[in-house]
Design a protein. Structure first.
Length: 307
């Protein structure tokens, strides 16, 4: 009777057996586009797998969700997985998009007296701690010959950072698209310096290690669907703008500007990308922004059958 009890309630048995993929996404990038098309949900539903989408304000918050077990998969910039790994998160890199250095920048108010990166010395700069733009600021300062300690960094999430920027309580804001595009279009913000020639700004796909080990087949499907939407998106920017405008609730002109700075073409994590991420991790350790040295190659996912 005990062994066959669930067969008396087939709907309960089905519910308990249901596999779920919980995805964390942000207001940017291919995952938001994939969510908008519904392609992944449809393909996995045919295999009896539910997809649950949760929006996060930025990468560090998303990876905190992954670390505590509220999501299984998500997309972030370069810095968040480094901070998360250093804090003990059990994550794996499963893929990345090509560089998009123009999608992040240090911006100032239109009439700011700051003209070059060298003018940032001694200034108040706001950013989301541990986000991709954190490394951009480190490299911008380095290139301008300014020590990190010679600026005042204020850590705020994008919405609060924008409010501080609008009030004039900070001198500069380091931010990514579409918040960057929105600041340009709505606030007339001026780009002091963007990532071109300074950083790569990869978009990374991360998974919780336990989920990747248990469901490698699902991750392969996700990456296949990301590749499909990437290929379509690279050839149909107007349609991408339309889908993202509906998803993000932003004006089409803002989304269009951000979309033009996107990169498309998901790839497995290469030795070169691992090397770049390691350089970022080492820089953060040297600045005492993370508590210990970490090894990026230790957290790169190899799909079963991959050599």
């Amino acid at each position: 009777m005990v062994g066959g009890s669930l067969s008396v309630f087939p709907s309960l048995a089905s519910a308990q057996a249901k596999t779920v993929l919980r995805i964390g996404y942000q207001k940017y990038g291919t995952l938001t586009l994939l969510k908008g098309t519904g392609a992944l949900d449809t393909r996995l539903a045919a295999q009896g797998i539910d997809v649950k989408w949760t929006e996060f304000p930025a990468g560090p918050q998303l990876l905190e969700g992954l670390n505590v077990g509220s999501i299984d998969f998500g997309t972030v910039g370069e810095a968040p997985p480094i901070f998360a790994q250093a804090a003990g998160a059990d994550l794996l890199y499963v893929g990345n998009e090509p560089p998009a250095p123009g999608s992040e920048a240090v911006i100032v108010p239109k009439n700011s007296p700051l003209k070059t990166a060298a003018d940032l010395k001694g200034k108040k700069i706001v950013l989301n701690k541990g986000s991709n733009v954190h490394y951009l600021l480190v490299k911008v300062l380095e290139k301008a010959g300014i020590a990190y300690k010679d600026i005042e960094v204020i850590y705020l999430a994008p919405a609060d950072a924008r409010a501080a920027f609008e009030r004039g309580s900070v001198d500069a804001w380091v931010i990514w698209d579409p918040f960057l595009a929105a600041a340009q279009k709505q606030l007339d913000a001026r780009i002091l310096v963007d990532g071109k020639g300074i950083v790569s700004n990869h978009q990374f796909y991360l998974a919780a290690r336990p989920y990747a080990q248990k469901h490698p087949d699902i991750l392969r499907v996700v990456l296949e669907e990301i590749a499909k939407v990437d290929e379509w998106g690279s050839k149909n920017l107007k349609e991408v703008t339309a889908v993202l405008t509906a998803q993000l609730g932003l004006d089409a002109s803002i989304v269009d500007l951000a979309t033009k700075r996107f990169s498309f073409g998901v790839k497995p994590i290469s030795e070169q990308v691992i090397k770049e991420q390691q350089s970022i991790a080492d820089a953060f350790f040297d600045l005492k922004l993370i508590p210990k040295k970490i090894s990026i190659k230790d957290v790169v996912w190899l799909s079963p059958g991959t050599k």
